[in-house]
Write a protein of this length. Sequence first.
Length: 110
Amino acid sequence: MDPCIGRADRADAEALRRLRWRARRGLLENDLLIGRFLDQQGDALKPADADALARLLDLSEAELFDLLLGHWQPAGALDSQPVRDVLLRLQAVRLEPARTPCTSPRNPGA
């Protein structure tokens, strides 16, 4: 298990901070997707989930991106249920554009 990950029922705030920092990737798409995932689900991550995410973050940019797009499945040491679960949750994250005043439902014609 990654030493940065909390050992309780949920990953602790420090572990999430470290994961968020590690998620800052060279490939913008990876950065955005993982950042959005942590924004949406970070508070609910269990230590096993956080450890699985840390293992995914050990991959190269291209390998991680291919996994996120579903071009290939985890193999070898990555082929574990926690990694597969986190990967499915990452793949389900929607990267919707942020609403701006000109695109808000209250101001559709602006």
